[in-house]
Ligand binder design. Structure first.
Ligand code: ATP
Ligand code: LTN
Length: 332
């Protein structure tokens, strides 16, 4: 199939810290797999991360490190467009237009806004509230067909779809209505300290998440102290969020089904199981860590990748931005 006929994939990740096992299993692993079949555009969404207060120097470092990690997990810049959101002004430009088409009421229903405002009560800013509008701009600028994300982003994607449909109803077909592409095996990886919450890289408790760059000993230690329940059987079931989460993780990194994992640990205790999960995860992440060390050291290569990516992204998004300006009546 020629690249013109391939469907378009767009996804983004925030440079808010080192990626977690949740980011990797819920999203990035899919990004890598999709590169041959689709035209993929992957973006480090630095503008989105400004919705939470950032230390400027740290944000710059995290942005470069996010790029290096994406390359280390297997994003190939000769197959996919890889760039930094703020390097392509079209995102902020379309964002403004779409802001004028998203009803306040729809934004008030977003659960991520409610969760994040509870955590950052001292900084509930407008950007945090309109975060999903910028995400819609990211997606709609490229005529995106599919958006690979973790299950936590489903509601935001629904808002992108609604926005595209609303705009098309007023002005005629312009935006492609995107579909979510959510991994069936690993929808959501949960926090190791509170398995009712998703694992998140910006969690203040480092024991709650596994960073993909954590050392093997740290990984095993974090799994050993993972919160489970008072039962003793290693089976997937109601009221066993902690064990369910560990079974999902174990199955994702070993390639076994959950049923196979259950039978492997039949008759064993939670302690043995947690140790095995920790070791399997550490082993799975080892090659990524080695590749990261190599890529992150090569600053000239990283710069070359993000500059070429921004250029490509600009060529691809210009047409839709121009058409949008025209449709709404701006003088172009
Ligand atoms: P932050 O803590 O800063 O909000 P995050 O860890 O939630 O960040 P994002 O950058 O918002 O990560 O998301 C990047 C991708 O990872 C998205 O596709 C998101 O759906 C996915 N993702 C994030 N957390 C998880 C998780 N716990 N399980 C599965 N997928 C996840
Ligand atoms: N909100 C997303 C990150 C993101 C994104 C996007 C994902 C920003 N823009 C466009 C897919 C498509 C998140 O994962 N928290």
């Amino acid at each position: 199939m020629s690249s013109e006929q391939k469907k378009i994939i767009f996804s983004g990740i925030q440079p808010t810290g080192t990626f977690t096992l949740g980011n990797y299993l819920g999203a990035l692993q899919n990004w890598v797999k999709l590169q041959d079949e689709y035209r993929c555009i992957y973006c480090v969404v630095d503008l989105h991360s400004l919705t939470v207060r950032q230390e400027p120097k740290e944000l710059r470092e995290n942005t470069l490190s996010a790029l290096a990690l994406l390359l280390a997990v297997g994003i190939d810049p000769s197959k996919s467009v890889l760039f930094v959101q703020s390097h392509q002004p079209a995102h902020a430009e379309l964002n403004w237009i779409l802001n004028c088409f998203v009803p306040y009421g729809e934004l008030t229903r977003m659960t991520q806004f409610k969760d994040k405002s509870a955590v950052h009560q001292d900084n509930i800013n407008s950007g945090l509230f309109t975060y999903p509008v910028l995400m819609a701009a990211d997606i709609l600028l490229y005529g995106t067909d599919l958006v690979p994300v973790g299950a936590d982003q489903k509601q935001h994607l629904e808002l992108s779809r609604n926005t595209a449909i609303r705009f098309n109803n007023i002005y005629g077909d312009l935006f492609t209505v995107p579909e979510p592409y959510i991994s069936k095996e690993v929808g959501r990886v949960m926090s190791l300290q509170d398995p009712s919450k998703k694992m998140s890289k910006s969690d203040t408790n480092a024991k709650s998440y596994i960073s993909v760059l954590d050392k093997p000993e740290a990984i095993v230690k974090k799994f050993k102290s993972a919160v489970t329940d008072s039962g003793s059987e290693i089976t997937f079931g109601e009221g066993k969020d902690g064990i369910n989460n560990l079974l999902t993780i174990y199955s994702a990194v070993t390639g076994l089904s959950v049923a196979e994992a259950e039978s492997r640990f039949a008759g064993k205790g939670y302690g043995d199981f947690k140790l095995a999960v920790g070791q399997a995860v550490a082993e799975h992440l080892r090659p990524i860590q080695e590749e990261y060390a190599r890529v992150a050291a090569d600053k000239a290569y990283l710069e070359q990748v993000y500059k070429a990516g921004a250029q490509r992204a600009g060529e691809m998004s210009r047409r839709i931005l121009q058409k949008t300006y025209k449709k709404v009546g701006l003088l172009v």
